[in-house]
Structure formats: C-alpha cells, structure tokens
Write a protein that binds this ligand. Sequence first.
Ligand code: ATP
Ligand code: MG
Length: 728
Amino acid sequence: MDITKIIDPLNDAQRKAVTAPSQAMLVLAGAGSGKTRVLVHRIAWQIQVENLSPHSILAVTFTNKAAKEMRNRIEELLDIPAHAMWIGTFHGIAHRLLRRHAKQAKLPETFQVMDSADQLRVIKRLLNALNLAEDKWPPRQVQWHINAQKDEGVRAKHTIETRDIYQQQMLAIYRAYEQQCDQAGLVDFAELLLRAHELLRDNPDVLDFYRQRFRQVHVDEFQDTNTIQYAWLRLLTRDSDNLFVVGDDDQSIYGWRGAKIENIYNFQRHYANHQVIKLEQNYRSTGNILKAANNIISVNEGRMGKELWTDSGAGELLSLYAAFNEQDEAYFVVERIRAWIGKNGSCNDVAILYRSNAQSRQFEEKLMTAGIPYRVYGGLRFFDRAEIKTALAYLRLMTNRDDDASFERIINTPTRGIGTKTIDDIRAIAQEHGISLWTAAIDLINRRQLSARASNALSGFLHLIKCVTEQSEGLELYEKVKLTIEKSGLIEFYQKAKIDNGEEKVENLEELVNAARSFVFDQENEEYLGELDMFLSFATLESGDMQGDDFDDCVQLMTLHSAKGLEFKLVFLVGMEEGLFPSQQSLDDAGRLEEERRLCYVGITRAMQQLYLSYAESRRLYGRETYPRPSRFLREIPAECMQEIRMRSHVNQPVTTIKPKKESLQAIGRYKHGQRVGHAKFGEGIILQIEGEGAQERVQINFNCAPKGEKAAGVKWLMLAYAKLDVL
Ligand code: ATP
Ligand code: MG
C-alpha cells in the first residue's frame, strides 16, 4: 500500500490531524493553512489505511463548487471514483435524505423543492387568501421571518402565543404557510434542513441506520454552520465521536444569516474527548499578503487567537491604487489584467472581489470592451438580475405597448391588487382576438365586467404607464430611467421588504440610472446613442454573450462572500471605501464591523502572488455621487507591505473611455477641455473632463506637468466651487 501520496504533501501538524485515530477533532486554523487539504487527505487516509468503505463517508461543505472540488481531489488521491461517498452541501445532503425517506419525513414521494422566488409567490397567494394587505405584511418580510424561524429549528407549533398583535399575526401566517406547503407537497430551502433534522430526530430506525452507515462525518467551513445544521450533525454523531470539522473563527462571515460562531465552542463542550489541532503555516500567500491579513484581523477583539506564518518569502508588495472615480478604477484593473495576460498569465487565476454586487457592472463593461472573457460567479450579471429586468420591463412597455412579456412581468409588480383572475381574463381576451395584453386590458375595462376594485387597479396600472411615458418625453435617457423607477414604486417595494438582499436590489436599481447615464457616451461605436430603445437593446445584448462558462479560461468576478475557500494568483480587492467596505450599515455597529473585518481578511487571503487594492476618490454608486474616504482597513495594513501606484502613462488621455457628452464639448462656463489651468497647491495642469452643474460642477485635471525633479500631483477631480483655478 502506497501511502506516501497521502502523507508526503503534509506538514507535521497536518499529518497529525490526518492520521489521528478516530475521534472528534477540530482543526482550527487561519486561511490558507491547509484545512481543506487536511480534510481531503483525512478521508483518503481513512479509506486507504483504515479500510473504511467509501460508503461510510459523509463530507459536507457550503457551496457546490467546493463540494465538486473536494470530490475531485479525493478521486485524484485515491485513483478511484468517489461516487459512493456522500459529499455535498448541507442542502444537497438534506434533500437526498428526504427523497430516500419521504414517507417518514411526512412528505409525499413527489414533493417539490421551491427556490426563494417560488416561496415568495406562495406567500403572496397566502396573504391574499388571508385577506392581509401586502403593504402591512410585506411578503418578503414574512418570508424572512419564516426562514429565520426554521433556521433556528422553530415550528409554528413551538411558538408560544404572545399578546403582541404583530407576533400573533406572523405566527398565524407561519402556521397557514406550513399547512399550505404540506398540502401541496412543497419544500423551501430552510425546510430542507429542518425537515431532515426532524426526520432523524423522530425516526430512531432511520437515525440508527445513518449512524451505522456514516462512520465518519466531515465538515469544512464549520464556523459558518447555523443552529439547525449543527443540530443534525450532532444527531448523526452523538455517541460515536466521529465528527471531524475544520474551520476558522476569523472567517465567520454569515452571522447576518444565522451562522453561529458559538458552534465552535459548542463542539468543544459537546464532544468531551475531542482533540484540537492548530495549523500555523500558510502555504497560499506571499509574506506581504499574509502580513497585511494578520495585521488587519488582529484589530478584532475576542478572537480565538492564532498567528499565521509563511516561508515563501515576502513576495511583491501589495499595490494600492487611488482611482479618481469608479470608471478609472475599472479601467486600471482591466489594464493590469491585460498586462497579466500579456505575460502569459491565465485568466482563471485572476479574481476581482467586491463587497456589493452592484459594483460588478463597471468591470463587466470594461472587460467586455477589452474582449477579456469573464464570469460573474455566485451572482447574476447586472442586466440579468430580476429587479433590473423588472425596471427594464417598465421601460420596454413604455416604448412598445405590445410587449406582452414585459406587460406580464410588471402588471402586478409591485403588488397593486391585480389578481390572477383579472390577469387570466386579459390573457383569454388577448388570445381570442389575437391582440396584445395591453389592448386586451383596455377591452376588459370597457366591458365593465370587472369588480370596481379590480377595474380600478387595472386602470391604475395602464394610467401609470401612459403618464410616465408622457412625463418622460424630452428628458435625458438617465432621467427617464430615474423617473420610471421612481413612479413604478419598485424602490419602496424592495425597501419595505425585510429580506437579506432588499437593500441590494434598491442599490442595483439606482445603479441602473448610472448605467443609463454613462450609456450616453458609447465607448465602442463612438457615436451618440441616447435613445431609450437603443439602451434597451444594449441591455438585452449585454446579458448574453461574453460570459465564459465554467470551463473557459475567464476572469472571475464575485463578491467577497462567494470567494470563501477559493484562491487565485492575482486578486483585485476593489471599492475599499468607508460606507462601501466596511458597508454603511456596519459603521455604527461594533459586531457588524468586526464581521466586515473578517470579510476583509477572507478577501486578502484569497491572493496567492499579487494583491491590488483600490478605492475611488469619487464614486457614482446607487445613483448618487459620493466622495468617500478610503476604507479604515487600508490603514490597518502595515505601510511597509504596500506601495501606492499611479497610472502616469495614461494621464494624457482621459482614463475613462467615456466620450464627453455633446453639450460638455462646448465650454461650460469659463472652462474647456484641453485648457491649461493653474492651482495653488497642485501647480499647472490640463483639463481632461468637465461634469455636473452648478455647485456640483467638477473638473478632472491632469497635474502631471510638474517641472523636472518636482513631485507631480497626478490626475485629480476638483469641485469648481472650491478649486480656485487660474486660466493660463
Ligand atoms: P481557507 O481558510 O481559505 O479555506 P484552507 O486552510 O482550507 O484555506 P487549503 O485551501 O487547504 O487551505 O490550502 C491552501 C493552499 O495551500 C492550497 O493551494 C493547498 O494546496 C496548499 N497547501 C496546503 N498544505 C500544504 C502543504 N503541506 N504543502 C504544500 N502546499 C500546501
Ligand atoms: Mg478551505
């Protein structure tokens, strides 16, 4: 038996963890120290040396990608197919259990799993049936409440009645929702976990079977397990102490979604004979990257405390780029990627990591223009997102009343009391007469068959579309988009919804206004494309092509949250600004701020060789122009690890690929493009761009004309109201 393949690529501590006799074990270690490697090698060891059958292995992690990778790595090590092992995500494994034991789980054999959009639809129908107004009982808030209860393992029947009217009503909704799902055989994501737990808890024979079967249970990213996940791990392993978990308290980033960092302590309490192994050598990153990460995380309090070191040498310094705006930031990143590719670097080794999904658009556009394939990972591309599609549907219906798909999409979004009965009637008329839904709707109102309520609701919708169309006449494209979003009521709709990503949806909608604003300056064709329908076709085309799929060599774009567990040679951590990262909501909450810092630690430690951090001095995000301060996390990186870079070679041209708007080509006030101006502090410079109006008017100036030997001030955006420029 050749065990060298399993043992040789491990250091002493890792080897100790991999070869330890069967017992409860916690490998607690920082990023890149080989926790996942240990877990994979441990499984291989158990099969090869301890002669465990692959059938008796259960390994759980958090993403499908991680599960797939784990399976591949085991197959590679053992040279046998790993399909007999149960390797998957918590949800995937729970689903498998329920399919096998539907009856004991009190589910019909044909039960269906709902995604969260389906779940929301069920909730809406239910609220309707219960005569509860959606403005008082926003469906997303209800959804959030139900899922949170389930994540804690709480059923409606467990909840003690209170005098609080709100709680009472929520409880009644929860109860009715459970009934409805049971009747229809529907299972939502949170239900998968809860039901699998109940299956094991309430059926001793089933539990016994799996306890016998799974001789070893392994969990990666243990720090992010929630109450119910831990509860079912505990059931499966209670007597036999055969739980092997790896995790890092410093990488706990899902507290806001119910993850319990305390599970690390619970584990140590519940498994009396456990062993803890700490790994301290990092194999992933250079010394500078690691030093930066260590320093940042050391600011957090109440850590379990561990230090990482590497013997791989200091490597290159981290690079910090202060962009003058978000376009410049994207341009800079794409230029660096181009250079990387030029030196035969692979696109797959490159990741752009950001805090908020709304940031991806700038990078997507620039990558597309540069012809560099990319993949937005763990999230939808900007124009594919539901809220963006919905807003675009309003705009489409405004330009074309016969666009039935758009009509259907928005007729009751946001909810305006147009029921399925009315919609069915409209469909029937349209079908009968071969007319569009819009015309059929007018027809239906004229027939006076609808109840007054339904008729009013439908007329209200038609009127809304007509009004916005009229009001937006003569407006700039971005103003049209802005007005439409405002009038549609989508913002309030998402704002009121108390869900994980309600805020994000609002931000994305506001970002759509920016997309429209910068669309006026078409980059590729260098021609004026201000029309709404041109914008709409652009949006359609955008959401198709250029996105490489899983197997292509493409740059990876993802949020910091989805980057967990992954590694890349070249990483860009962008948008390092107060209010963005750390996020606005965390600024006055010490607990959330610490979670943001852990997220930053996760981000930095994804980088193997090179790490670029960037922030923008001015950023148009979420429809607003802001002048953010650099992120506090940048100050927490030791100065000696980082160099600041400026793009000197590009400053003679506008660094954005934006072409100036027609009217700004003319002189705005006293200033013109290309004009030479003087500034008391920065010296002489040339105007590159002029933007905004009135007090918001600002200019971008290239101050790189400093006399030899003097330090040039670079390219800066200045507010004209304060800048005091002399025309030279
Ligand atoms: P994270 O906390 O980010 O999930 P991790 O602790 O799971 O990180 P791994 O992904 O297992 O770390 O390992 C990080 C990198 O170091 C991988 O490329 C892995 O192959 C490599 N590595 C781990 N241990 C060793 C070792 N003993 N010798 C050489 N390389 C190693
Ligand atoms: Mg890992």
